[in-house]
Design a protein around this ligand. Sequence first.
Ligand code: CMC
Length: 430
Amino acid sequence: MSADIAKLTVDDKAVDLTVKHGTIGPSVVDISKLYAQTGAFTYDPGFTSTASCESKITYIDGDQGILLYRGYPIEQLAEHGDFLETCYLLLYGELPTAAQKADFDYRVTRHTMVHDQMNRFFQGFRRDAHPMAIMVASVGALSAFYHDSTDISDPQQRMIASMRMIAKMPTLAAMAYKYSVGQPFVYPQNDLDYTSNFLRMCFAVPCEDYKVNPVLSRALDRIFILHADHEQNASTSTVRLAGSSGANPFACIAAGIACLWGPAHGGANEAALKMLEEIGTPDRIPHYIARAKDKNDPFRLMGFGHRVYKNYDPRARIMQKTTHEVLNELGIKDDPLLDVAVELEQIALKDEYFLEKKLYPNIDFYSGITLKAMGFPTSMFTVLFALARTVGWIAQWSEMIEDPSQRIGRPRQLYVGAPQRDYATVASRG
Ligand code: CMC
């Protein structure tokens, strides 16, 4: 492979493939003409070697443990920024000026209420419905309530749909929680910041005053920043693929939420906490480590490993610090789950199996402990992930829609089924 050309021979056909270079990170071999030139497809289940698009939004160096949003390191954004500023950055590519930030915050805040008929829509769910099921349905249902922002060819409608989803996601997430515990919905209060407003909608009740704890609000805001985008992961690729057909933005984000729900993706924070609870005490850790290493046991250490990070997930470091801040603020000195988590991490980080496979704690390892301490039930963890990731999905969806080279996503396959054969009538089937 020379600098800009890769040479490939398929059967007796030799082709030159263009090598494209990004700003940073690995180059890509452009195979878009490969089928036309050779009659062959590439084969890459799980897309481990496939770049599906060009993007200017997020960069990950998995070997170094680096995550950048629009070029800015996640550590700096989490330390100095706030979530809405991060939303602006992801959507528009630059950090906002003070005036731009004030205007953006105002526009998001003015969209926080949901159509009042949504309240009745919620009554159709069973009380024990998983809140992620409610989120998939209610975000999809936004397209039935807001027809005036579903025309994707109109930039103004796209912008309004984006604002609506970023603003309404906390309201819907809080409603899903309130519904599950049988408490009345709490309307947004727009003089509060985004994250404080969300905490209030979740935990306030009409019969008492509710004061937002600024330390918890700041910690949750940071958790939102950490989850805001993560380049072409499964749910983001789902949003892009759904959007490539021209589907409306609410439907696309609902598709992303559905994909996020799985335990290998966003559902891992819920699964990680359940695992820590199941382990229970540090003395039981070796048994679970042995199970994780056993090829015949499907058990995996949840919150460990990542398709891209083959080093410590940079978000996990910030998350771990945030966990301690939250537990300190709440005066939780001895949390048995934290004891198990700290010990498990130490043991796994020294174990040959995990070292060799480069399995490090990911963001979900510590987030469950933090969210639980804040008062969120386990079933809400992935909902909070979805809330924060919505802006990333929208930024990636917008980038795709605005890309002139965008076409419907349509992978091919290696067919291994029966060759062509003739239909046989029932009577003649032996
Ligand atoms: N515990 C034990 N072994 C593991 C684990 C784990 N958590 N993760 C991977 N392995 C092993 C796996 O068995 C395989 O071994 P071998 O090569 O001997 O067959 C090897 O490591 C590679 O695993 P893989 O499944 O081929 O890797 P992947 O890139 O397809 O999967 C993953 C990545 C995140 C799905 C996987 O590591 C996993 O299931 N982790 C637990 C779930 C989890 O924490 N997910 C959250 C990811 S971060 C948040 C997000 O982005 O959604």
